[in-house]
Design a protein around this ligand. Structure first.
Ligand SMILES: Cc1ncc(COP(=O)(O)O)c(C=O)c1O
Length: 342
């Protein structure tokens, strides 16, 4: 990006990167480029997915307390809609919880492909079939899944899919993708010059919308995040994601076993297949633990009472050993006990 910035025609080079990011992401999820919009974050992408939906006869949006809060807030903010929750208030949920609550009033079913806190992986395709049978649309937040496991919109059978580039897609925060199966619906109220049929026509007096997903776009994207998205997607696009999934599952099983032997409390899905690519270690002071580990080169993300240890294609068994040893050393140094017992 810095090289392009130092040459004439930076904006044109940046537009080519945007087009490349769109192409690469479309390929990753088995979509068409015309079904992909590029937006600044997943929350805006969710707003755009909801744009123009009429919450009248089918006014229920089915989601879960395990949903990433920003996405749930978008649903709560929809005028006229009524949010229905499935799973427990504490944030555990399974596929059956969704299946049992889809009904004739459900207009939209919002499913995290993998939950952000505990890495619960839901059976999106089964939920989508039930939702469609009931006449509802399906929205998938794949932020915790894209880049680290195979995702294909045809086998997921979703109507919308959202993800950002800041996690397993190995890019930066500042860019999200919205997949829309049928992008020709009502034009969204949130718009900008990139949402026009021909953005370069620069007609201030005309508000038209192309029949493809660019209609959901707004203004100039964050250039650094766009370049990073292309770099990250070219790494991820060269991987066999089935193998990556297999690899991360093996590492998670090894980490869980080792941490349990150290007396740690980990939240693990009952079945291997229902676990995403991170492990949630129960720790009420996860921020303090993450800061201590960070100084020792173990980067883990604290979130609402858990420390998340994330795996990717490049994670090794040696990394797991190092993380587990550092956690044991933290317990010793901080005089804290696993699971928050002090
Ligand atoms: C599941 C999930 N969805 C969405 C987001 C981010 O949403 P936004 O891009 O609106 O900040 C995250 C970030 O942690 C996430 O884990």
């Amino acid at each position: 990006m810095l090289d392009d910035l130092s040459r004439p025609g930076f904006w044109q080079a940046c537009e080519e990167q945007v087009a490349e990011a769109r192409r690469m992401f479309a390929r990753l999820i088995g979509a068409d480029v015309d079904q992909i919009a590029i937006l600044p974050n997943a929350s805006i992408a969710a707003h755009q997915a909801a744009a123009g939906r009429r919450w009248r006869r089918r006014r229920d949006i089915l989601t879960t307390p395990a949903e990433f809060p920003g996405i749930a807030h978008v649903w709560l903010s929809q005028p006229g809609a009524r949010v229905r929750w499935c799973g427990t208030p504490a944030g555990t949920v399974n596929t059956g919880d969704y299946l049992s609550q889809i009904g004739p009033r459900t207009g939209l079913v919002s499913v995290p492909a993998v939950t952000y806190r505990d890495a619960i992986r839901l059976d999106v395709a089964r939920i989508a079939d039930a939702a469609h049978d009931a006449g509802a649309a399906v929205f998938v937040d794949a932020y915790q899944a894209a880049g680290v496991m195979p995702l294909d919109v045809d086998w997921l059978r979703c109507d919308y899919l959202v993800t950002g580039t800041g996690k397993y897609l190995l890019g930066l925060p500042g860019l999200a993708f919205l997949y829309v199966r049928h992008p020709g619906g009502p034009a969204p109220a949130l718009t900008g010059w990139l949402g026009r049929t021909d953005p370069h026509a620069m007609r201030a007096t005309v508000l038209d919308s192309p029949p493809h997903a660019r209609r959901y776009e707004t203004g100039t994207p964050a250039a650094a995040a766009v370049y990073a998205a292309v770099a990250g997607l070219s790494l991820v696009g060269g991987l066999d994601l089935r193998q990556v999934r297999h690899h991360t599952q093996r590492l998670i099983a090894a980490a869980a076993q080792r941490l349990a032997a150290q007396g740690e409390v980990v939240r693990l899905a009952g079945q291997v297949d229902a676990q995403g690519a991170h492990l949630a270690l129960v720790e009420p002071h996860a921020e303090a633990m993450a800061a201590w580990l960070g100084h020792r080169g173990v980067i883990a993300a604290p979130r609402s009472g858990v420390l998340r240890l994330a795996m990717h294609a490049y994670t090794t068994a040696g990394d797991i050993d190092a993380a587990c040893e550092a956690i044991a050393a933290y317990r010793h140094r901080s005089c804290t006990r696993p699971g928050g017992i002090r």
